[in-house]
Design a protein. Sequence first.
Lengths: 152, 152
Amino acid sequence: MSRDENNVTLDDAGPDGNAYRLQEQIGFILRKAHQRHVAIFAAHIGDLTPPQFAALARLRDVGETSQNQLGALVAMDAATIKGVIDRLKARGLVTLSRHAGDRRRLMVGLTPQGREAVERLVPLAKTITAETLAPLTAREAETLARLLGKIA
Amino acid sequence: MSRDENNVTLDDAGPDGNAYRLQEQIGFILRKAHQRHVAIFAAHIGDLTPPQFAALARLRDVGETSQNQLGALVAMDAATIKGVIDRLKARGLVTLSRHAGDRRRLMVGLTPQGREAVERLVPLAKTITAETLAPLTAREAETLARLLGKIA
DNA sequence: TTGATATCATTTGCGTGCAAACGATTTTTC
DNA sequence: GAAAAATCGTTTGCACGCAAATGATATCAA
């Protein structure tokens, strides 16, 4: 063996070992991990999606807020949060009202049923988090959450 | 201070500190991290989505495969991969043909343009991975990929 | 005050992502 | 070989998620 000492990779790679394997890319793994979490969520909470639950849970914490503000709190743009809120409204879990001082704002609040739903589902949500992290040790789960938070 | 020694949490929590904060749940952080990655992807590769690129990249690695098989390789169910392939087909990046021995199978292959697109985009894809991981050290990135892989 | 700009919300269009039901084709089982 | 079961693909319906365009209202500046 004279030249070509970098002959370590398993498949096509340039002379500097610069292969591109989809399965190793962070975006691909991220998508799969997210998919698994959604599946676990659906298995435990069948009648509410993760975004819907997120909106309810955040609403419980911060109280009545404008629709777009709530969207910012749960990482949804204006178009997306609108659909989520519409569906929660149709199920009687939130109330909508115009802001007194600013007629552009659409205020969103929890109904008693909405609040009851959050309280009832929080234990399940904890289970979902635990099951998602089940393949990891407590220490690893801590690390994952921290690193993921950095790139989120 | 006599009882209630666990008084550490910042907001509502039971006597055993069991608060539920949405922002700390792995599913929520996962969704946000995924969103950021998709945004970075779109900023670099505007005319192809991550799933579309994933299908092309995997197709380059494994050669001609059936539609559902390819779906399994890129973590998409039958309904989803169909839409992705349809759009790639419409853009002349893949070819479709019936399998000789099994007339149920729809074989998918790269066209010359499809192959050219993959080769051209792989460097950009590497940049996208790097930018997504930019907030982390090389060591942290390694750890994140490993832990994420465990829960994916 | 008015005119420009910013903000809040809505709508449309497109692309995932999944469940469920379906038809067509194998493969298995008896 | 015929019935039953499995596999491959398609279609429909629903729910995000985002870009872009639009209308209504508020705020800022001249």
